[in-house]
Every structure is written in C-alpha cells, then in structure tokens.
Design a protein around this ligand. Structure first.
Ligand SMILES: [Zn+2]
Length: 470
C-alpha cells in the first residue's frame, strides 16, 4: 500500500465525583430521566456555578499519571452552541489555557503517544431519538469530564486499541473514572487522515464523533482509511467532515451541519474564577496516586519471579492487585500466592463486575498462612488446594480446617516403611520396572501417595523406591 494511516484521538472521560461540576446534583448513572437536575445545571436565569474542587483534583491526577505538566493557573471558557442537549446554550470548558499540557502514554513497544492537552469541562444532556420525536434527559448535563487530546501519532488500529485499553485501565486503576464505554463514561472522537508513504505533511482529516466501543472504533478507522485511499487514488480530495459511524452498515456518514457548528465564539467564563492549583497541591495529589500498573508489573516480574501473563492478570483490577500485595508481604512465596489467586480464586467469578469487586471470604492474611504451610512443607499442594476450596466456601482459616495430623510432616521412617510396603504389594510393577519399563515406577509412587494421604513428596518417594528396588 502506498498510503499510510494517521490517527489522533480526543477521549472524553467522566470523572468519578459524586456530584456535578458546578452544582450538587448527583452524577449517578441510570437515574429516572430529569431527576438529577437543578437551576444551575439547567441553566436557569440567575443561577451561578460553583466549581467542584474534587473534579479538579481528579483531572490533575489524570494529568500526572499521563506525564503532563499541570498549569498553576488555567481558565474556564464558554463554548457557545445552540443545541437541545445544552440548556444554557453554552458549555463551560477550557480553551486556550487548559489544566494540563504535554504528556504521553507509552505503548508496550516503547512508542510514546504524545498527549497535547487535558482540559476539564462539563458534559451535555442526552438526546434519545424515537421514531417521531426526540426526548431529552438532562441528568448527564453538568457531569464533570476531562478531554484528553493526543497528537496524530497513531499509525495502526492496533496502536489505537492498545492506547484506549491502557488509558481505560489506568484511569480506572487510579480512581479517576470507571471508564465504562457502554455507559458513555468514556467516549472517543477519532481523527483519521491518510498520506502518501514517506511524506511529512498530514492529509486532510475527517473526525468520527462519539465512538463508544473499541471494536467500532477499529471498524470505523478501517472503513475511513479505505474510503480516503480510494478518493486519493481517483485523484479526488478528502473533505474535512465531521462523521458519525453507523453500526448497522459499518460505514461512516456526514453529520447534520448543526451538530458541526465550528464557530463556538469562545470567551472567558465570567461566572467563575480561574483554576488555581499550587505546587504544594500538585505534590499532595501526586502522593495520592498509587503505584502505576506498568511499574507494578515490572516489580511483580523482577521481585517475585511472576510471568508477564500472571503479573498482567493480577494488576487488571486494583482490588485484586492490592490483595496480592498483602499476600506477598505476609507470605514466604508470593509466587504461590499468585497461583492460588489466579487459579482457584479467579475461577469463582465470571463477570467483570464480580472481578472488580473481588469479594472473597478469605483474607490476605489467611491465604498467606496457607501459602506458608505449603512453603514449609507442612502440607502438600493437593491438600493446600482442597483446603483453599473449603476456606473459600466456609470463610474459615487454614488452621481451623487442618488437623494436627494433616499438618504433621511425613517422617523419613514413615516414608521408608511405606515405600517398602509399596514394593511388597506391587510385585508386577516391580518386575516391569526391573525389566526396563521406567514408567512402571509411577504405580509404586501412586501407592505411596495414596497410603500417605497425599503427604509424601512424590520426588522423594520415587528416589526412595528406586533405592529399595535396586
Ligand atoms: Zn444541578
């Protein structure tokens, strides 16, 4: 292909505040339509906005996690446009002096996707189009948002996918947003252009608005890439359009012009002061950010010897990784702890919400105790597994469930006599082994394991048996 793809993203993320950006209305999702509104978010005359300080804090946190520079002073502006989802006929946003500038998000490959800016703004209401009428729900009006704008640094759909998924995970992890694309708390506008390979100048771009799933984004970009390449092949030009993606057809189509009013007549919001964040405040917010997922993965691999896949598994949900951190701190073998969590504990949950909540009846202390019993050789892995099963069901500790007999290690003398009995009662297998069938020894090992109720170490038993038979 002689053309190459260039993509830039603008991602809107709703911040996890309890109340709206400029009033005390609830931000809860899925409330009955128009029940979470007041004169401020409905833009009634005489009402005045008051800035939600926690929203600013979350936005700063997002900026720091994305390596941005946070402005000590930034400004709120009015973005004027008239559309039914916006009762004030303007949106309070940030224009020329945003809260954060100049960051990046690093992909697995080491490529850095540059972040131009992050600004804060309020969300608009939601229009519900019916066959003959359009309904309006203003509950979402005034919900705090950040918009994260990247440079046109993406060259493939895979890079776009990785960026969106990494950003989503990071924002959830540090508690900035739940980033639920299907509920609209994370939405992307995608700028797509193509240019001849090897040229520097960007081609004319089109903007696909409001994408709410990664799969649709990928399809929309691929469609747009092909469409633009075909136009250029025919020596026609790409027009700078705002498009919507139509899921049913898999195609993009231009939006009505009133949804694309370009002249927003920005000016400073006269009802609000500038946004001030001191260096001390920035530092205090920085201290609240937990260890970031990419650093944590590195630590899990280097310090605990976990595989990359296991480390990724554990950090996918913050609660689970914090649970593991506790187990790792208290136990002698973090690796074994990880195995229990990823294996037996994960299998209890099927939905994303369940994994996110990670409600297990076993405390990290209790799991660490079990891990240590195994690490000290007091119980074997089979017994550990069945014990954990019981712990998860009953909520009891390993100490409560295991008897003294369970935990008494098999003595050398006991192993010796068990192995002797194994040889005496399995003459056939012994003959086979002597005859050169190496595998026949496993029948004897099986006997020892059964008789010791799983307490014997299979490797030691095998060695001992070989000695006796010799
Ligand atoms: Zn309100």
């Amino acid at each position: 292909m002689k053309y190459e793809l260039t993509v830039g993203l603008e991602t809107h993320i709703e911040l996890s505040t309890k109340s709206k950006m400029f009033c005390s209305c609830s931000t809860a999702f899925a409330g009955a339509p128009n029940t979470q509104c007041c004169p401020v978010c409905l833009g009634l005359p005489g009402s005045l906005p008051v800035m939600n300080r926690y929203a600013v804090e979350l936005a700063v946190m997002a900026g720091l996690a994305l390596n941005c520079k946070v402005a000590n002073t930034s400004y709120m502006d009015r973005k004027n446009y008239s559309y039914p989802d916006l009762p004030k006929a303007y949106q309070i946003s940030q224009y020329d002096v945003p809260l954060c500038i100049g960051g990046y998000l690093e992909l697995q490959s080491g490529k850095k996707i540059r972040i131009t800016r992050i600004h804060i703004e309020e969300d608009a209401g939601k229009l519900v189009h019916k066959e003959k009428e359009t309904l309006i729900d203003y509950n979402r009006c005034g919900v705090p948002l950040i918009e994260i704008v990247t440079e046109p640094d993406f060259c493939t759909v895979d890079e776009v996918r990785e960026y969106v998924e990494t950003l989503q995970h990071l924002m959830r992890y540090i508690g900035v947003s739940d980033c639920r694309m299907q509920e609209g708390s994370m939405r992307c506008d995608v700028n797509v252009s193509v240019r001849l390979k090897g040229t520097d100048a960007l081609g004319t771009r089109t903007e696909i608005k409001n994408m709410n799933s990664v799969a649709n984004m990928v399809r929309a970009i691929e469609y747009e890439y092909t469409r633009q390449c075909e136009l250029l092949e025919k020596e026609q030009s790409v027009t700078q359009d705002t498009l919507r993606y139509v899921e049913e057809t898999g195609k993009t189509s231009p939006m009505r012009s009133k949804e694309d009013a370009r002249d927003y007549r920005f000016f400073r919001e006269p009802d609000l002061l500038s946004v001030s964040v001191s260096d001390e405040e920035i530092k205090a917010i920085k201290d609240k950010i937990p260890e970031l997922p990419k650093d944590k993965i590195k630590r899990y691999i280097q310090t605990f010897g976990l595989t990359e896949a296991d480390a990724n598994h554990l950090i996918k949900y913050r609660r689970i990784s914090e649970y593991f951190d506790e187990v790792a701190r208290l136990s002698k073998s973090p690796k074994t702890g990880a195995k229990f969590i990823i294996g037996q504990m994960f299998s209890l949950f099927s939905t994303e919400a369940q994994k996110e909540a990670f409600a297990v009846r076993v405390t990290p202390e209790s799991l660490a105790t079990l891990v240590n019993l195994l690490a000290d050789g007091k119980i074997n892995s089979n017994l550990a597994k069945t014990t954990l099963e019981q712990m998860l069901i009953t909520g009891k500790s390993a100490d409560e469930l295991l008897s003294a007999e369970d935990m008494a290690a098999l003595s050398e003398a006991d192993l010796d006599s068990l192995c002797k009995r194994a040889v005496e009662s399995n003459t056939g297998a012994v003959a086979d082994y002597k005859g050169g069938k190496e595998k026949a020894i496993m029948a004897l090992v099986g006997f020892v394991m059964r008789e010791s109720r799983g307490k014997a170490n299979p490797e030691s038993a095998k060695e001992k048996l070989k000695e006796i038979i010799k």
